[in-house]
Ligand binder design. Structure first.
Ligand code: 2AM
Length: 175
């Protein structure tokens, strides 16, 4: 029998207060872009998408991730964007902290060393707010939102009637 696989990704997950503010921004963007708003509890910033990983590889993945020593940093979510190719509206940061780049490089090096996918994709940090969007005007300006980042997480994406539910499998502190 084929080994069970789990659909995994590594991410930064906002706390409930920030997620609520992002949802307000998402509602404002929805007025201009339509589409479908991501549910508040699913808002996140993906660091690396691993796809379907055999269960037997998960202990090695956890061990490798726990060896990474990242530094805490602050993101400022201050801009909205639209990607035509996948029709998503996202929140992003004009300034990308060096500590974020270092964390992502360290994660990717480990993924490559483990022979897992996700180590060589390009990294465009963004928080997907709307999908299936089609802007009919300028995206609204947004009030900058500060996001002090103190941990990163391993998440499992589980298919559901709402699209996908996300389950937190592990978290690692920064600093
Ligand atoms: P995004 O929506 O922020 O772009 C879990 O599926 C997350 O992994 C998605 O929310 C998506 O983040 C990201 N992801 C990156 N590449 C993906 C892919 N090929 N298939 C599905 N999700 C992907």
């Amino acid at each position: 029998m084929a080994e069970a696989r789990r659909r995994l990704f590594l991410a930064l997950w906002p706390g409930p207060e920030l997620a609520g503010r992002l949802q307000t921004v998402s509602a404002e963007a929805f007025r201009v872009c339509g589409g479908r708003q991501m549910r508040v509890k699913t808002l996140h910033l993906t660091l690396a998408f691993l796809g379907d990983v055999p269960e037997s590889r998960i202990p090695a993945l956890l061990a490798a991730m726990s060896r990474i020593k990242g530094r805490p940093f602050q993101l400022v979510v201050d801009t909205l964007g639209y990607w035509k190719h996948n029709r998503i509206v996202w929140g992003g940061c004009r300034a990308q902290p060096e500590a974020l780049d270092q964390l992502v490089s360290a994660i990717r090096q480990q993924l490559v060393a483990l022979g897992l996918p996700g180590g060589s994709d390009s990294f465009s940090p963004h928080i997907t707010l709307l999908c299936k969007a089609r802007p009919v005007g300028e995206l609204p300006a947004m009030t900058p939102l500060a996001w002090p980042v103190g941990e990163w997480v391993l998440m499992e994406s589980c298919p559901s009637t709402a699209g996908a539910d996300y389950r937190r499998l592990a978290a690692w502190p920064l600093g």
